[in-house]
Design a protein around this ligand. Structure first.
Ligand SMILES: Cc1cc2nc3c(=O)[nH]c(=O)nc-3n(C[C@H](O)[C@H](O)[C@H](O)COP(=O)(O)OP(=O)(O)OC[C@H]3O[C@@H](n4cnc5c(N)ncnc54)[C@H](O)[C@@H]3O)c2cc1C
Length: 399
């Protein structure tokens, strides 16, 4: 039986490990951390990502995990609402915030019920093993070696597997970092969880109620070269948020978490594979946080990878390395067009926000004409969101 080693148990690695193990393929999943409580993990799942989980038969698993649908998207310019677009914007399900640590834990637990699944946590993969110019396994930091017919690098945007394999990453110029804050949510947000983006006084930030009960998140865009200055954040935010939230922010002075600075890396590997090795998820194509794409695209990577990998991995008899290596090339070919377009659409969204941030007159004009132009802008915006919400190519689980 061929042996697959997956490096990294983020959304890509944990989901792929489960899908392969459920199909009788022998999988070892190796995760560097002991648990999934790293500083920050994205939560937004678009209809495309929810559909991917549905196709993989994971609706019931999702139901056991803290999650919260979004009610609407709102855009505020200065102190005026430009428009509100209610979820699900024509889709069959709304964008939903899903707590990632319990999701990853549940995926791994489900995989552990499969006979041919091994789980190694708290141990990083240090290097690749090679045999005749083909990747033949991995070496762990504790000195252990794991032989494999196929290694999948799902180890995120700083992928060590990518570097060890000599695969390059073409990156977009770095345009933003994010300061992430949490504070108690106003009671209204429990029933009307609006993803609210504000552009005012040269600032762009977003607010929403996360999956965790009672927690409002605030994502503050900041230039990469801008330092994280100590400041009275409650007063800063109170001067910028929509009028209905001003008092809430003033009162939250002692309850706003210190900012967590997150860097944003966007890029794509020209080549996602070497013989015996495939990169998937952020390891192959790190995504911007704009319109919550990374997890969704990772889940769609998993479906396409399963479609191509299960048949050669399940062949009777000796492992056919050529069949596996052919399959991994097909996975990149099938996934790349969607990744390229999604990254272009994310960049387009970000540049619109940047124009509104930089040009006060544009902001002022749109804000004062909001009652007139708002409905039209909403219509155009809602249409343009569809590929980022529903996915761009057809992704259907066939195995
Ligand atoms: C600020 C911000 C907000 C975001 N918000 C969202 C959002 O709301 N929705 C969304 O869809 N996307 C979001 N994203 C993008 C999303 O987080 C990523 O695209 C997604 O996590 C990629 O999943 P992954 O499994 O490929 O990689 P990761 O989630 O990075 O997982 C990689 C795993 O590999 C492990 N690992 C790393 N190196 C090794 C090693 N050598 N050995 C063993 N294990 C290793 C890591 O510990 C980690 O668990 C956001 C990104 C940013 C920067």
């Amino acid at each position: 039986m061929p042996k697959v080693v997956i490096v990294g148990a983020g959304p890509t690695g944990a989901t792929l490990a489960l899908v392969l193990a459920q199909r009788g393929i022998s999988v070892t999943l190796v995760e560097a951390t002991r648990d999934f409580q790293r500083q920050f993990r994205g939560e937004g799942l678009m209809p495309s990502g929810l559909n991917a989980l549905h196709q993989m038969g994971l609706d019931a698993l999702l139901d056991t995990i803290p999650h919260r649908p979004l009610s609407a998207w709102e855009f505020w310019l200065n102190d005026r609402r430009l428009f509100r677009a209610d979820e699900p914007l024509g889709a069959d399900r709304p964008c939903t915030l899903v707590a990632q640590p319990p999701l990853l834990t549940a995926l791994v637990q489900a995989a552990q019920s499969q006979p041919d699944f091994d789980w190694i946590a708290g141990t990083a993969v240090k290097d690749l093993l090679w045999q005749n110019d083909r990747v033949a396994g991995v070496q762990l930091v504790d000195g252990r070696s794991l032989a494999a017919d196929l290694v999948i690098g799902a180890d995120g945007r700083a992928s060590a597997m990518r570097q060890k394999a000599g695969l390059t990453l073409d990156t977009q110029p770095k345009s933003t970092d994010v300061l992430w804050f949490k504070l108690p949510a106003p009671p209204d947000y429990a029933v009307d969880n609006c993803f609210c983006t504000v552009v005012k006084d040269g600032r762009v930030f977003s607010l929403f109620h996360g999956a965790e009960v009672g927690k409002l998140h605030l994502a503050w865009a900041i230039a990469p070269e801008e330092p994280t200055l100590q400041q009275d954040w409650a007063t800063t935010f109170a001067a910028l948020v929509p009028p209905a939230l001003v008092e809430h922010f003033r009162a939250a002075e002692d309850a706003i978490s210190p900012p967590l600075r997150l860097s944003v890396l966007v890029g794509r590997c020209p080549r996602w594979h070497r013989p015996g090795l495939l990169l998937l998820g952020d390891a192959a194509h790190p995504m911007s946080p704009v319109r919550a794409q990374g997890i969704n695209l990772a889940l769609r990577d998993v479906i396409v990878a399963a479609n191509h990998l299960v048949p050669p991995l399940k062949l009777e008899g000796a492992v056919e390395a050529a069949a596996i290596d052919g399959a991994i090339a097909q996975i990149q070919a099938e996934r790349e067009p969607e990744i390229i377009q999604a990254q272009a659409l994310q960049a387009h969204e970000a540049s619109r926000g940047e124009q509104l941030r930089r040009f006060a007159l544009l902001r002022q004009g749109l804000s004062s004409l909001a009652p007139v132009v708002g409905p039209l802008v909403k219509q155009v915006w809602s249409q343009q969101q569809q590929p980022l919400r529903q996915g761009i190519t057809t992704v259907q689980l066939e195995v």
